[in-house]
Write a new protein. Structure first.
Lengths: 277, 269
């Protein structure tokens, strides 16, 4: 029998190593990208166009393409996801149908993104004739975001205490009045958190957009314009060894953007917790 | 039930609310049986009894709040001003405006004090600022809260103390001009000083409203009410009955039923 104090020390050490590795991996990844990319970041890199065969210069059109498609996807997904969540949480009779819808949403969330890209290519680019465009990519991305936003919204709605709804019903409110004036406002911070998290996911998405937005370096104006998002730019630069420093610079900017989204989500959650106390 | 007639209060044409042979079910569970009583206008009626005796369930029958709980069923007659509130053509949404409810847990909405009180009037279509201002002030005054909050109407209702929150909820109900106030253990989640304030408030409000209060506190029932109804579930799984109903002074000093006597002298419950 091992001394129990020794066993304790070993367990502690293992737990500590496991915990530290997690942080270590994160630091390594971020550190590597920062180390390689920071030297390349400059106002000119952010705000000018790439030029020449080796994509020298900046990445401005790819930043615009990424923000454009993300914003468009968010606009598409938010109303649908919220209405669906309100229906599921408030109106639908809890039972077979609702658990089926919920299971479908969860499965949709786990569809590999490359499959979603292929589907977007078939349906939006070719089937509906939107071509390689912001619209096609945003629609395909919204499929990816829909389950995330819908499920977080549903959870947020369910988390609104029953006695607050009863207060509203007790004043002679109808169900819709109660949902619109009490439940949704109370759930808003958590709903926004869900939207932000889904948006962060969309910003970093590559497989879906590569099939639906195209690769042309282009500054999109209308939703039917094509473009090249940052992720695809990064993929092309790195895969073909065209311009590794620019690839690292793009990677760094991409990470900063996603980090900003996650921090925003954390901030909303914190504020929400403080307000509901 | 054998008790139905003996336990019922006098059925009187002047009763604001009269209940005849009410049965209530949660799914398969028969929760209340043979409830008959008349509730007087401009008086406080207290419902007492041990936990789980169906007094809150009965209270929620009076404004059809139980409709919100799936699988519930009501039988019998429940008349307010002579009209069966479970009858055809009665909209529970309208009914709940006339029969307001205060809950055990103060439940202000997560919005400003002003918006909390204006919530009801806005629901029913009031939009003009001057009208809303007036009704918000009047309701807060009636709830004895105006002096404390008149300078902080824009602050969140949740920032108030528990007792203030409960008075805010009362103001919120008064703002829709109900005729009946149902209070479901309104003092059990707040501090003693605030309890005093709410009891005083009930004494003032009964001049204009019919008040029904559920309380687990017999002293409180004795202090605030003119009439008391004692509910009891005699065995687990059995439907609860209205054991005795009458003037509070008589019920507490000379109960007619042995079980009432046992309860008020603290032998069970």
């Amino acid at each position: 029998m091992m001394d129990k104090r020794v066993a304790n020390a070993i367990a502690m050490a293992l737990l500590w190593i496991a915990a530290i590795s997690t942080v270590g991996i994160l630091v390594a990844v971020i550190g590597y990208v920062v180390w390689n990319g920071i030297g390349h970041i400059s106002p000119a890199f952010i705000f000018t166009w790439p030029h020449g065969v080796n994509a020298e210069g900046g990445i401005w059109p790819t930043i615009v393409s990424t923000l454009y498609v993300t914003a468009l996807a968010m606009l598409i997904v938010t109303p649908v996801a919220i209405l669906a969540a309100v229906y599921l949480a408030e109106y639908a009779k809890q039972g077979r149908l609702v658990s089926t819808i919920r299971f479908a949403a969860d499965s949709l969330a786990s569809v590999p993104s490359i499959v979603m890209g292929l589907f977007g290519l078939a349906l939006f680019v070719e089937g509906l004739g939107f071509g390689f465009s912001m619209l096609s990519a945003a629609l395909a991305l919204s499929f990816l975001m829909l389950p995330i936003v819908m499920r977080t919204t549903e959870e947020a709605i369910r988390a609104v205490p029953k006695y607050i709804r009863w207060g509203s019903y007790g004043l002679g409110a109808t169900k819709w009045q109660t949902v619109r004036r009490t439940v949704l406002p109370a759930a808003t911070p958590r709903i926004i958190t869900g939207i932000i998290l889904a948006t962060g996911r969309a910003v970093g998405e590559t497989a879906v957009v590569i099939y639906t937005m195209g690769q042309a370096v282009n500054l999109p104006v209308t939703p039917l314009d094509s473009g090249r998002p940052m992720t695809v730019h990064l993929f092309l630069l790195a895969m073909e060894g065209i311009n590794l420093p620019a690839a690292y610079g793009t990677a760094l900017l991409l990470m900063v953007m996603i980090l900003a989204f996650n921090l925003a989500a954390r901030y909303m959650l914190r504020r929400n917790r403080r307000m509901s106390r | 039930m054998i008790l139905g007639a003996a336990a019922s209060g006098s059925l009187d044409a002047r009763d604001k609310i009269s209940v005849r042979g009410l049965e209530f079910y949660y799914g398969d569970f028969h929760a209340l049986t043979g409830i008959s009583c008349g509730i007087k206008a401009n008086a406080v009626t207290a419902f007492i009894g041990p936990s789980g005796c169906g007094k809150s369930t009965f209270l929620r029958c009076l404004n059809r709040m139980n409709d919100l709980i799936p699988d519930t069923r009501v039988e019998g007659k429940l008349l307010i001003d002579g009209r069966d509130i479970y009858g055809e053509g009665v909209d529970p949404v309208d009914l709940r405006r006339r029969v307001g409810m205060i809950f055990q847990q103060p439940n202000p909405f997560p919005m400003s004090i002003y918006d909390n009180v204006a919530y009801g009037p806005r629901l029913h279509g009031m939009k003009r600022k001057a009208e809303l201002d007036e009704i918000v002030q009047k309701s807060l005054e009636r709830a004895n809260l105006w002096k404390e909050v008149k300078d902080i109407l824009g602050r969140g209702g949740l920032e108030l103390s528990g007792g203030q929150q409960q008075r805010l909820c009362i103001a919120r109900v008064l703002a829709v001009q109900p005729e009946v106030l149902l209070m479901d253990e309104p003092c059990s989640a707040i501090d003693p000083t605030s309890v005093q304030k709410i009891e005083d408030l009930m004494a003032e409000l009964k001049a204009n409203y019919t008040i029904v209060i559920v309380t687990h506190n017999m002293q409180q029932a004795a202090r605030v009410s003119e009439y008391t109804a004692f509910f009891l579930q005699e065995a687990a799984g059995e439907a609860a009955v209205l054991v005795e109903y009458g003037r509070t002074a008589e019920l507490f000093t000379s109960p007619r039923d042995k079980r009432t006597e046992d309860y008020i002298t603290g032998r069970f419950g």
